[in-house]
Design a protein around this ligand. Sequence first.
Ligand SMILES: [Zn+2]
Length: 359
Amino acid sequence: MTAAYAGTIYEASGCEIRITIKIAFSGADNATIQAWVKDIESVWNGYTYGDCKCPVKVSVDWKSITGSCEQNPQPGYHCIDVTQDYAHDTAGKIYRGYMKGVSAKGTDTLGWWSLHMNEPLPGVQGTIHDAAHEAGHMLGLQDDYNATSNTYGENIMGLTWGDKAKPIQAQINKIVETNLGSNACQKQCCCGNKKIDEGEECDPSVKPTGCEEGALCVSCKCFVIIEPKCGDGKVNGNEECDYKSSNNTCKQGEECNSDCKCVKIESNFKITITDPEDGETIDDVIYVKAKVEGNESEIEKVKFYVDGESVYTDEEEPWKWQLDPEEFDEGEHTIKVRAYDKEGNTTEDEIEIEIVYSS
Ligand SMILES: [Zn+2]
């Protein structure tokens, strides 16, 4: 941050160049000051610096002070003593009450501050921009006119009215380079500058961005948008699982099928109740026996159920459970066996029996 003139602050913030003109006014009412500030900000904004078009934002940080700038010095501010000066009135004092501006650094930003600086003048089309011209001095620019030879530069430092009363790019460049150097707008600032620069695949501020259809431009690089779908390795939306995912989201004993639904793993073994027979009447203590066919050696346990309630777990062959009919009510019952292998796969068989108490 360098300040060629007291009271003007220059900052390169990311890809934005910010210039703050700090002005203390003595002797003017707030409405007048605000009108000047509005004029300065409207004339000096809308410009960019560098190939990557970093926006140059100019703002005025103002305050009103009591007493003159000499009596009440304002370090860090340009200070303007707004005083009537009819001596410079050339169009009649009814319209033009000039005021003399004195900067905090003596004559550096000497200017003439008028109550009518941004109002129409007799014989002049449109608004005049004297305040914006004086702000140009606060940004380090010199006058660009010679009243004696009647030559006026076609810019805000030469003319303060008409459509030429604005900065030219060379003036913006000079202000930025003098205070922030020629690297104030870095190459990476080119992303988002409304054109696809060298080294960029695309630019999000350009339509089309430069990416292929369906690809997204992020930080001036193209990214292919992947529609979530079954088999992309991620469990999306209404999928229970994804068969390409290393993370199995299905319950134990289930696997992910090609539709990304969890399905029971088909058991490669079978259990059968060998005794008693389906429909048999039981009136004495017996063994309920089952046999497993398939991967017998992988079977971890067999559970026995009566009417859906677990009554016994057998952990070694032969698979059997002693049934005492007197422990159950007389009548029809369902006997079920379920075999578990070491991976949690299961298979079942069931039969109906009738219990009758022996007399
Ligand atoms: Zn001037």
